[in-house]
Design a protein around this ligand. Structure first.
Ligand code: AGP
Length: 616
């Protein structure tokens, strides 16, 4: 959950590092810091709070010119967000600077050992032990940074991405990774190490994936990758399929507003090339033998947060199309149960970042049980797709706002394609049925666009409810995950109590929450889908209104029967039942964004959060 960047080359390191940190600030913003090597010494500047605090410090206390530097934005794990705990951390002899993403689980033991050896540690962090261990180890290995990194990594337990510089070796930056992201950028005027490609995409779109337990030795004109034993390994090159402007706000005030508005294109791009001219699915990249897919007897979706909500929507669709049982598991629970998973299971790991530790660990557990694994991911070259048997990338483009929006729609889209592909290879649907659904799916970007064009009523509603202390969300069938997602958005952005329920569950306890004036947002199923679902949710609306709730119905155009029962109706296009989440969630995203804006919150970087949760 931290942002890391390293640079060595022929350009000024400072501006490259600061610009890279700016692009990665969404990964963590409790503090920021950097180190450069200049005139045989280490120059370190670091500051609690947002990157702007560091930039102010740099203005007051400028750095000397340097072509080698590292930088870090922090999401605090060990030790509060203070100047002292900010990275980089430096060895006692001021020789080594280190930045770190992850958690070193045995740092107490290492800290005790260092203190017993007389080392004075300055911070409360786990990271600092690495700086001291590196400094102690270097003389023992002939001052070889790679060998010192190998030796130190062999002593660390947990998840770590480390990037280190040595003032005595200004032409090299060394990195290492275990269970935490690190990617190499191959430039013409130098090379880059970063947590994700957004840090250097403005300089190069050529990158190298790094695998588990690997060390990278980076110089201005060379990059060597080895395993933790020093054996050279071939790192897989890839090209970034978007340019730096995609990671900019593009005239929007907020990344979140930009990304909400990009949803029609994100869905369209995620369908591109996957439906042929006869409306048959062509998932060429799904490198799992169709014969294997014909024999699986269970699908398990593992994911977290918004991605888990997308998985819940997928469950309804995949079960309906394939008659396969689909379990949707919150990844952090999955591997600590005794899940029934094995060679006949298809485990689908949904992750926007591809680095969520809970999901990655669940994936590894599933693989250890022999399951086939498929990643649905928005970040090319990230760990989860790399460790899966196959991957279906979503093409939402970079999602910078911490609260996920366009990723959700594209995750649903991709899981629908997988479900229809399963139905196609298993013959559980007629080809004309599949073609009809694909035609509907192909039409969804237009419907999402329509919702965006008619969003003012939901913005006005958010402003009118600014003083609400709590908002409840109700849904049935695929509307239930949408209710959960709407509640999550409001929690994340407006810091409000919000809760999503399956509407049928209300009378089993939660209805006690209903009091005069409490806003209840209800995702109303299409009356043309399963009329019974519509009728029952109307009953639920009456139950809460009878107790004083203020009901906001998210209901499709033409559904007149809802009018007598709702205080406000937000209209969405009439679409096929299973596809309603793609349009119903958009007003809820806008509602949460507007509510948070009205409260003066930092919508793109909400408090306590980070974009990619790379610790368990
Ligand atoms: C969504 O708004 C949150 N930021 C969070 O729940 C997120 O969806 C979750 O952490 C999973 O992230 P991933 O998709 O990158 O794995």
């Amino acid at each position: 959950m931290c942002g890391i960047i390293g640079y060595v080359g022929h350009k000024q390191a400072l501006e490259i590092v600061v610009a890279g940190l700016r692009r990665m600030e969404y990964r963590g913003y409790d503090s920021a810091g950097l180190a450069v090597i200049a005139d045989g010494g280490l120059e370190v500047r670091k500051k609690a709070g947002k990157l702007s605090n560091l930039e102010q410090l740099l203005g007051e206390d400028p750095l000397p010119s340097s072509t080698t530097g590292i930088g870090h934005t922090r999401w605090a794990t060990h030790g509060g967000p203070t100047d002292r705990n900010a990275h980089p951390h430096v060895s006692s002899d001021d020789r080594i600077a280190v930045i770190h993403n992850g958690i070193i689980e045995n740092f107490h033991t290492l800290r005790t050992e260092l203190e017993a050896a007389g080392v004075q540690l300055e911070s409360e962090t786990d990271t600092e032990v690495v700086a001291h261990l590196m400094a102690h180890t270097l003389p023992e290995v002939g001052n070889s940074l790679p060998l010192a990194m190998q030796a130190v990594c062999s002593r660390l337990q947990g998840a770590f991405t480390l990037v280190v510089v040595d003032r005595n070796q200004p032409d090299v930056v060394v990195g290492a990774r275990r269970n935490s992201p690190l990617v190499v950028g191959l430039g013409t005027d130098g090379n880059f190490l970063a947590s994700d490609v957004s840090a250097f995409v403005a300089h190069t779109r050529h990158a190298l994936e790094l695998g588990q337990d690997q060390i990278v030795v980076m110089k201005a004109d060379s990059v060597v990758v080895t395993d933790f034993d020093g054996n050279v390994v071939e790192a897989k090159p890839f090209d970034i399929d978007w340019d730096a402007s995609a990671a900019e706000k593009g005239g929007y005030e907020l990344f979140m507003l930009k990304e909400i508005s990009e949803q029609p294109k994100a869905v369209a791009d995620s369908l591109l090339g996957r439906i042929d001219e006869n409306f048959r699915i062509t998932l060429d990249e799904l490198s799992i033998d169709p014969a294997v897919l014909q024999h699986i007897n269970k699908v398990i979706v593992i994911a977290c947060g918004t991605a888990a909500h997308a998985g819940m929507v997928a469950k309804y669709a995949i079960e309906h199309w394939t008659h396969l049982p689909v379990d949707v598991e919150v990844a952090s629970e999955f591997r600590y149960r005794d899940p029934i998973v094995g060679p006949d299971s298809l485990v689908i790991a949904i992750s926007q970042s591809g680095e969520t530790m809970d999901t990655l660990m669940g994936l590894r557990y599933a693989k250890s049980q022999g399951a086939r694994t498929l990643a649905i991911c928005n970040t090319v070259g990230s760990t989860i797709p790399r460790e899966s048997d196959a991957v279906i990338y979503t093409y939402a483009g970079p999602e910078i706002a911490v609260a996920s929006t366009k990723a959700f729609l594209t995750q649903i889209t991709a899981t629908f394609l997988v479900g229809l592909f399963l139905a196609q290879v298993r013959g559980t649907m007629f080809e004309d049925e599949i073609r009809g659904i694909l035609a509907d799916l192909d039409d969804m970007p237009r419907h999402v666009d329509l919702v965006l064009d008619t969003a003012e009523p939901i913005r006005e509603l958010a402003r009118s409810l600014a003083s609400a202390r709590s908002v409840l969300f109700l849904g049935r069938h695929v509307g239930y995950p949408v209710a959960l997602e709407g509640a999550l958005k409001l929690k994340e952005l407006a810091y409000m109590h919000a809760e999503g329920f399956p509407a049928g569950e209300l009378k089993h306890g939660p209805i006690a929450l209903i009091e005069e004036g409490i806003p209840v947002i209800v995702i109303v199923p299409s009356p043309k889908g399963r009329a019974v679902l519509h009728d029952k949710i109307v009953s639920n609306i009456q139950e809460v209104r009878a107790r004083g709730a203020q009901v906001i119905a998210i209901a499709e155009e033409g559904d007149e029967s809802i009018i007598p029962f709702a205080d406000h109706i937000i209209r969405i296009p009439a679409v096929p039942t299973l596809m309603q989440p793609l349009v119903a969630v958009v007003p809820l995203q806008i509602f949460a964004c507007e509510m948070a804006t009205g409260k003066g919150h930092d919508v793109d970087q909400p408090r306590n959060l980070a974009k990619s949760v790379t610790v368990e």
